[in-house]
Design a binder for this molecule. Structure first.
Ligand code: 13P
Length: 242
């Protein structure tokens, strides 16, 4: 199974126009799961959106971009795992843009526990290093620490995405050798921890121009796409290459 996941981040995407554009390029690939990490302010549009009866749209199609580390209560602006369960959404956690703001490895682990309590699935965990860490040759230790702290006490995600910070939003994806090296660091960790079947995605400046090269890396089970997912047609062009 391959995965293609859009991350709309804090961009204003018109859900019905996007779906119309995306569906204008017909996609019938049975071995591809497509999902969208949307803005939850669009929750009504998301819940109302009628997805065609097509094997490519497996529920849940929608995912959140984050979840609160708290269960529920007086936490203004936060979204609980209970709400995600209620609207049947999966969840992305540990994105570098949140890790840079405030999410430590411990907080990401706590968020994972909240999702597990409410049986939210799929949970997509992001890991990845900055340019400083890569250049200092500390990538393996850094990624292993992110994984180690998440996998504590038997917790594990459904999918992992490797997103090097230096390739996010730059228009230039990581090169093949760098992606292969990172994939093997993550695979080694998963094998040692009895989770060798978890899919590992790549994210960072993926587009219809470089998707074929990225997918030629056999350890890559799919992609997490930011900018190029905002345009339904471009996202469909990427999907067609799977
Ligand atoms: P870009 O595809 O815009 O580089 O973003 C990648 C990303 O952060 C997806 O989560």
């Amino acid at each position: 199974m391959k995965y293609l996941i859009a991350n709309w981040k804090m961009n204003d995407v018109d859900v019905s126009n996007w779906l119309e554009d995306f569906l204008s390029l017909s996609l019938m690939n049975k071995s591809l799961e497509i999902k969208v990490c949307a803005n939850l302010y669009d929750v009504k549009d998301i819940v109302d959106a009628s997805l065609p009866e097509n094997t490519i749209f497996k529920e849940p199609f929608w995912m959140a971009q984050d979840v609160s580390k708290n269960k529920e209560g007086a936490y203004t602006g936060q979204i609980s795992s209970k709400l995600l369960n209620k609207i049947d959404a999966g969840c992305l956690i540990g994105h570098s843009e949140l890790r840079e703001e405030s999410d430590t490895n411990e907080i990401v682990h706590l968020k994972g526990i909240r999702l597990k309590e409410e049986k939210v699935s799929p949970v997509l965990l992001c890991v990845g290093e900055s340019l400083n860490i890569l250049e200092a040759n500390k990538r393996e230790d850094f990624i292993r620490e992110q994984l180690d702290s998440y996998f504590k006490d038997g917790l594990f995600p459904d999918i992992i995405a490797y997103e090097p910070l230096w390739a996010i939003g730059t228009g230039v994806s990581a090169d093949k050798r760098n992606i292969e090296d990172a994939m093997s660091i993550i695979s080694k960790f998963l094998e040692e921890n009895d989770h060798k079947n978890l899919p590992i995605l790549y994210g960072g400046s993926v587009s219809s121009k470089n998707i074929e090269e990225i997918l030629s890396i056999t350890s890559v089970s799919g992609c997490l796409v930011g900018n190029s997912s905002l345009d339904g047609k471009e996202f469909a062009r990427i999907a067609k290459k799977f």
